[in-house]
Design a protein around this ligand. Structure first.
Ligand code: PEP
Ligand code: MN
Length: 264
């Protein structure tokens, strides 16, 4: 099937790689604005932050929700950045669009549920939402494809996917094993859909962000989504894998010079 896919954003040249960065979680307005300014200095113009956090087990920080959507709006207003956040149900989709979020993404846990995906697709029908779909938690290519198809059948055309690696049994070097071949199979099925890599959730450690990013770009991926926090050690979620905006700037300069040049 040949899909009619439209660009996620139209402000940059369609051939330029998409680079999205920002904290795992929106923690405070000050954190958001200061991080966004740091990322702007690094040449990044798409800001990510989790407003609703899907925690595998209860008891952890689950995000500030609606209040944090206002902080996203402040980032957009004060820096001009494009904003992106995760949605996990129809109510999130509605609230995020009402708050002016530019790009929605579907987290790995949500992609894994056809019920949740259908509910989200139905709620987005008739909108021009831009949606990025992360691969499901387990290495099930059809679940990933099915999630994208549900959105496409609902009329969503500004679609992209994010390869964030897969949970595999036993111990591996990664938080989520890349299993690159599964992402390659997705690209063969839908070559028109842009594929981003999320080296942060794949590697689970900040030291792995540079090599995984370089590998994805060498494989012809269309962009990256990288977690960046002003003070990673004190992050409320995913502390071990976040990099400061300054570290991100060095990673780009040292490991991804062509991408760094395209940002300027
Ligand atoms: C995230 O992006 O912070 C996140 C929760 O990612 P994933 O859905 O890939 O686990
Ligand atoms: Mn995270």
């Amino acid at each position: 099937m040949n899909l009619d896919i439209h660009p996620i954003i139209t402000t940059t040249a369609s051939s330029a790689p998409l680079l999205i960065a920002g904290p795992c979680s929106a923690e405070s307005e000050e954190q958001m604005l200061a991080t966004a300014r740091g990322l702007c200095d690094a040449g990044i113009d798409i800001f990510r932050a989790g407003v609703w956090k899907p925690r595998t087990r209860p008891g952890g920080f689950e995000g500030h929700g609606r209040k944090a959507l206002e902080w996203m709006a402040a980032v957009k207003r004060e820096t001009g950045m494009t904003t992106a956040t995760e949605i996990g149900c129809a109510a999130h989709a509605r609230e995020a669009l009402e708050a002016g979020i530019d790009i929605l993404w579907i987290g790995a846990r949500t992609t894994s549920s056809p019920f949740a995906m259908q509910e989200i697709a139905d709620s987005l029908a008739g909108t021009d939402a831009a949606v990025l779909v992360k691969n499901p938690v387990c290495a099930d290519l059809d679940l990933w494809i099915g999630a994208v198809e549900r959105l496409y059948l609902a009329g969503i055309r500004r679609l992209g996917v994010i390869h964030r690696g897969f949970k595999v049994p036993g111990t591996t070097d990664y938080r989520n094993a890349p299993l690159w071949e599964i992402a390659e199979a997705f690209r063969r099925e839908f070559p028109e859909i842009p594929m981003l890599c999320d080296p942060s959730h794949m590697g689970g450690m900040r030291e792995r962000v540079a090599p995984l990013s370089a590998e994805a770009i060498a494989r012809g991926y269309d962009g990256l989504i990288i977690e960046s926090h002003l003070d990673p050690e004190s992050a409320l979620t995913d502390a071990r894998q976040q990099v400061t905006p300054a570290m991100l700037s060095s990673i780009l300069a040292e490991s991804l010079p062509e991408m760094a040049a395209a940002l300027r």
